[in-house]
Design a protein. Structure first.
Length: 247
């Protein structure tokens, strides 16, 4: 595949990464999509889901929908969210190289699908939680994802007999402030921030520190809001370009 990024830009970013001791990666939607997942916010997917379920993904992934229509929520969630198979890409391998060199200080993930199997980062901040973790809202007992998959309809707490819920951030719920504080601090201290795909937290993560010698690179095929804060915007596939700039 032909790359669209100019070679001089690539070389400059490569040089900055080579000399950086503290790099933070923010994983957005393209990391999921390039690994075989799909973007439920895209027009096509929204249309498909609406015609299959009668509601949009946004409606069904909300706290109010979960609370009032748990059975419909789980019908959608099990098939569309838990049924999404996400595998690793060369972009993850490149980040693992940085980690092995001791230069990847944090990975901030907005995707609640978590990381592909065989990818392990020492410091992951999952701002939207993780589908592998499920919890009873009454007694806080934890359940694995298999418990949810194996339930006929609504997975219920064995003790309380009420619907357990995935420990992910549903729409209408606040982001965990402790996690956000950690994410902001990690970004503030970074020499280089690699924003890998569209994500909902760019504004919060980028706003809070003064101009510094930090380099911010955004990788996204589509234009999205907070591009102005990036020094460079890369339109190529992340899995194609990241291995070229991380040695
Ligand atoms: Zn319980």
């Amino acid at each position: 595949m032909k790359l669209t990024t100019e070679e001089s830009v690539l070389n400059y970013i490569k040089k900055r990464i080579r000399s950086a001791g503290n790099i933070v990666a923010i994983l957005g939607i393209e990391m999921l999509v390039e690994g075989g997942g799909y973007d439920l916010d895209s027009n096509d997917e929204t249309y498909r889901v609406e015609s299959d379920y009668g509601f949009s993904p946004e409606e069904m992934l909300s706290a109010s929908f979960f609370n009032s229509k748990a059975e419909k929520f789980y019908r959608f969630y099990k098939k569309e969210i838990l049924g999404m198979n996400v595998s690793g890409t060369p972009a993850y391998d490149a980040l693992l190289r940085l980690q092995a060199q001791g230069r990847l200080s944090a990975v901030i993930n907005q995707n609640y699908h978590g990381l592909p199997a065989n990818v392990y980062f020492n410091n992951v901040i999952e701002l939207n939680g993780n589908i592998r973790d499920n919890i009873c809202p009454r007694c806080n007992r934890r359940y694995g994802v298999d418990y949810v998959i194996n339930a006929d309809t609504i997975p219920r707490c064995e003790q309380c007999n009420i619907a357990i819920r995935p420990n992910i951030r549903l729409l209408g719920e606040r982001v965990n402030t402790g996690l956000m504080t950690n994410a902001v601090a990690a970004c503030a201290n970074a020499d280089v921030i690699l924003t890998l795909g569209k994500n909902m937290y760019s504004d919060q993560l980028d706003n809070n520190f003064p101009e510094s010698r930090q380099l911010r690179v955004l990788f996204s095929k589509e234009a999205f809001m907070s591009e102005s804060k990036a020094h460079y915007v890369i339109r190529d596939e992340i899995k194609a370009i990241l291995p070229l700039i991380i040695e």
